[in-house]
Design a protein around this ligand. Sequence first.
Ligand SMILES: [Zn+2]
Length: 345
Amino acid sequence: MEDAKHIIGRLAPSPTGYLHLGNAWSFLLAWLSVRLQGGTLYLRMEDIDPARSKPEYTDGILEDFAWLGIDFDGDIIYQSKRSDIYEEYINRLSAFIYPCYCTRKELREMAGAPQSTTPKIMTPANRLIMPDTGAIYRRSCRFLTEEQRAQKQNQNACLRLACPPFDEREQEKIPAEIFNLSPDFFFDDLVLGRQHINLNDCGGDFALRRSDKVWAYQLAVSIDDMLTGVNEVVRGNDILTSTPRQLYLFRLLGKTAPAYAHIPLLLDNAGERLAKRHASLSLKALRGKYKSPAPVLQYLAEFINIREDISSAKELLTILQNSGHSSFPWHVLTKLGSAVRTDFQ
Ligand SMILES: [Zn+2]
């Protein structure tokens, strides 16, 4: 008998606000996918930014998951407790890392330069999505001399990761197998199909540590996925342009990247991304309004063509299992295009 791969997924909320309906959608799909495959699902609190993360939001997230019936395995992983690990990987990657002294103002000006482009990525539904990539970085600080760096050493610096293509000035310090690496990354998305994204269309050299010494999202996510053996990542397609950056980190560290499922976003009825200002669509508010999660789950289940009465996530899982699914039918999301406007109240 062929050994099926043991799937390891993760729920990775940021406790910087209350979860909303859009978060419920992506966490529900991540949960269904892992549970259908009999895998392991970790809960990782992405509380890396101490100024924005609050215990009340962590508590709220746990209450939301319990209400929806989304369970997880093992102990909760807190990114805020993993600084030593991130530090260790910064050291391992030191040949590729350089300090960037650019101010926000300088970065904004750079991004506004005429040659800057917005990445254009086509989904199977042939709709254009333009995810956040931040300012496109022009490598201004990458080739500073030691003397120039010494002059700036009292300034706050973020730590950036040098991305390909590499320059001949870097040939000595960059390992040969990486030196000729192409900035073009390819991967097979479980929802979007074959993807080809150039790292430079995603902003180029990206930060691994911010100038206020907070670890950057790309670093923490990649290292945590790597060290916990995560091999399936389900997340909104607004994060698509993070994926080549994370694939690059996996490549530099010689590890196999997870499979990715970038799912359609839920937007408000004006087409705006759901955010904290949509207080009425926070799961906390919905828990208060509806005693049972049934209305929320039934609403979300319709997006995957299930129109039966559902009162818990477990029931939704059983319906999928009983219709013969041993893995999530990602193709059902294709009809939704890149985003869906919600009129849920
Ligand atoms: Zn710079």
